[in-house]
Design a protein around this ligand. Sequence first.
Ligand code: SF4
Length: 242
Amino acid sequence: MDRASDIVMTTSKQKVVSQVFHLGKNGKVGAARDLPVLEQFLYAICREGATPEAADKAFDGLQKRFFDWNEIRVSSAREIADAIEEFVPDAENRGQRLINFLQEVFESTFSFDLESMQKKGLKQAAKQLARYQAASDFAVAWVIQKSLGGHAIPVDAPSLRVLRRLGVLEEGQNDGEAQRASLEHQVPKAKGAEFVDLISVLADEHCWDPDPACPACPLGKVCPTGIETKLAAVSTGHKKPR
Ligand code: SF4
């Protein structure tokens, strides 16, 4: 067990999770978008690895630049990147995922409508979503949480980094399904969407990779990594986090 894990035993994961919700008081997390299944999947592609604000801008940018989903389907990844790269990283790769997804949906349904998933059980819907080439664990969990009424916590790479540093997820825990199960146990369903947004904002504003801004972080007093960083700075006389 590493030092961060030792410390989290005394601070407790639950205390850390409840402190995360205090971050919501700064008003930076907006209401979740109420979107149909297809649009929610497209939004998830914009949102993965980005903040809620950046994803909103990218998603809005797509809708402004293109006439409809079909126009995006027949566009190039570069053209899509032009509409979103101002807001989110890795724009061309996202553009290709958007095209791939729309193409697959169109080939199988001759439409851009996945509302029939609302009638399937959650497990069945999750399986079907995961079959799309553009799917990721994040996108599937996002749609389950936002459009299908299930309890799922989408975790992207920045969120995983933060949750591990906070000790909410353990370092050696690499199994995506086990991670989600652990989070779903710790975070109430009604607060899942807010939690996901708050962690993304924390990743963007303080918990950078590398060099997290622990001294300025609002969770510095309960985060085992932040506490460890502070102790290390005191013992070496340095103030800058590792
Ligand atoms: S205290 Fe540091 S490691 Fe912990 S969440 Fe904040 S920035 Fe990240």
